[in-house]
Design a protein around this ligand. Structure first.
Ligand code: FAD
Length: 461
């Protein structure tokens, strides 16, 4: 008998699960109450990266004379920037919709909530109600911005990542509350576009869990770009003034204030569980998300939770691979994914990426490590393209098995995958050293950093 799967949420978790299910012969229904593509395609990864490209070009134009190119004063056309962003998003969403159709997946537009562990009620935007029953339901409802308990969040000009993407003018003074990934990506984008940017961060380090050395170097790089960072500072309230807004915080020095025309609140994201009526199912969850096992199955038979909603890793590629794993489990197919090794990328200037253990994590686990670092300043390609800032750091155990790779520098988000393969396959240094890397490429820096673990790097003193 053909298996049936119902998926709630059409983001990178849900739509990938739907396609996988159809490929394996299941009858799949995908319920989405807004737009196929979810946060990632519509309000997250993709629109931010189109704007990141604008910022990247502007940063290059700022030192274009270094390349012997002369230009006039640079200006920009915001409607065109916005229309390019929309075109990229629409092209990708349209492509996914086509794939869904080709794979014979039924899409139901509406909001789903549980009546029982096998029965869902769907309410359309017009208020029409229908029900659907299924033995296998995957929850992929994603996440939403987490709003901290700060007085004055309702003032005009206080916005989240979703609204700032629709900017019609560049904020004159942007205060970013939260120096995590999303906050620092927008800080970089708007600073390149000319905003005076201030970042206020509660912790004593930017970018949370990244390699401490990278975080410190990144802080220097951010300062050089003119972004004003205030760490160990807790925002308590936002006040409306005649000129705009004032963000009030508490630091070790006492009360601090920052003037703003726009305030971006980027203090993390929280899973979308409310409204699902999980009480009707017995599915267990906590503040981090829906609790799942290694197959992304909840405590209730036939109910799975993938992506941001289970709070394991709020990354699009993690959501997609969890979707494949959940469907494979439902369909009884052997799953090959390694969900313990997931690369993460931060689109700041310069880019940052990471996979596997950091030095601090290895220390905390009591693992003795070796480390080796290769600077992009000694890499031919990085110098040729005029982006020599940063390095690749590789960490291994004492037997030279690669445990972690941390990159800050040009195209870090593309370079991380060789490291990801090395960590996920537990490769020995010799496997990388014995693999010829083309010249001149940024990837040579990874080979050199890896060879450095045995003191065998060629271009390192
Ligand atoms: P989502 O993409 O959030 O999709 C959930 C879907 O479920 C939505 O379409 C929603 O409408 C629908 N839904 C919710 N409730 C219901 C319901 N009751 N009934 C029907 N439908 C429902 N990640 C990266 O890996 N790389 C990046 O560069 C990156 N950049 C980001 C930038 C920003 C500004 C933001 C906000 C996020 C970014 N992320 C990035 C994170 C990434 O967007 C998420 O990890 C990813 O979208 C999670 O996928 P998901 O399928 O779990 O949920």
């Amino acid at each position: 008998m053909q298996k049936e799967i119902v998926i709630i949420g059409g983001g990178p978790g849900g739509y990938v699960a739907a396609i996988r299910g159809a490929q394996l012969g299941a009858k799949v229904t995908l319920i989405e109450h807004h737009k196929i593509g979810g946060t990632c395609l519509n309000y997250g990864c993709i629109p931010t990266k189109t704007l990141y490209r604008n910022a990247e070009l502007l940063n290059t134009l700022n030192h274009i004379e270094d390349f012997g190119i002369k230009t006039g004063p640079v200006s920009f056309d915001i409607p065109k920037i916005q229309s390019r962003k929309r075109e990229v998003v629409n092209q990708l969403v349209g492509g996914i919709e086509q794939l869904i159709q080709i794979n014979g997946i039924e899409v139901v537009y509406g909001s789903a909530e549980f009546l029982s562990a096998t029965d869902l009620k769907i309410t359309t935007a017009k208020g029409e109600i229908s029900t659907i029953s299924c033995e296998n339901i995957i929850i992929a409802t994603g996440s939403k911005p987490q709003m901290p308990p700060i007085e004055g969040l309702d003032h005009e000009g206080v916005i989240t990542s979703k609204e700032i993407l629709e900017f019609t003018e560049v904020p004159e003074k942007l205060v970013v509350i939260g120096g995590g990934v999303i906050g620092m990506e927008f800080a970089g984008i708007f600073s390149a576009m000319g905003s005076v940017v201030t970042v206020v961060e509660y912790a004593d380090q930017l970018l949370g869990q990244v390699d401490t050395e990278i975080s410190k170097r990144f802080a220097v790089s951010v300062k050089k770009k003119g972004i004003d960072v205030h760490k160990s500072t807790k925002v308590t309230k936002i006040i409306k003034t005649d000129d705009g807004l004032t963000v009030v915080g508490e630091s070790k020095k006492g009360e601090v204030t920052f003037d703003a025309t726009t305030v971006l609140v980027s203090t993390g994201r929280t899973p979308v569980i409310e409204g699902l009526n999980l009480a009707n199912t017995g599915v267990e969850y906590n503040l981090k998300g829906i609790i799942v096992d290694e197959h992304f199955k909840t405590n209730v038979q036939g109910v799975y939770a993938i992506g941001d909603v289970n709070g394991k890793l709020m990354l699009a590629h993690a959501a997609s691979h969890q979707g494949i794993a959940a469907v494979d489990h439902i369909m009884g197919v052997l799953h090959h994914g390694n969900h313990d090794v997931v690369p993460s990328c931060i689109f700041v200037f310069p880019e940052i990426s990471s996979v596997g253990l950091t030095e601090d994590q290895a220390k905390a686990k009591g693992i003795e490590i070796k480390k080796s670092k290769f600077m992009f300043g000694a890499n031919g390609k990085a110098l040729s393209i005029g982006e020599p800032e940063g390095f690749i750091k590789v960490i291994s155990d004492m037997d030279d098995t690669i445990l972690g790779v941390h990159i800050m520098g040009p195209h870090a988000s593309d370079l991380i995958h060789e490291g990801t393969l090395a960590v996920s396959q537990k490769l020995h240094v010799d496997a990388i050293a014995g693999t010829i890397h083309a010249h001149p490429t940024l990837s040579e820096a990874f080979a050199e950093a890896t060879m450095g673990l045995k003191g065998e790097a060629i271009h390192m003193a």
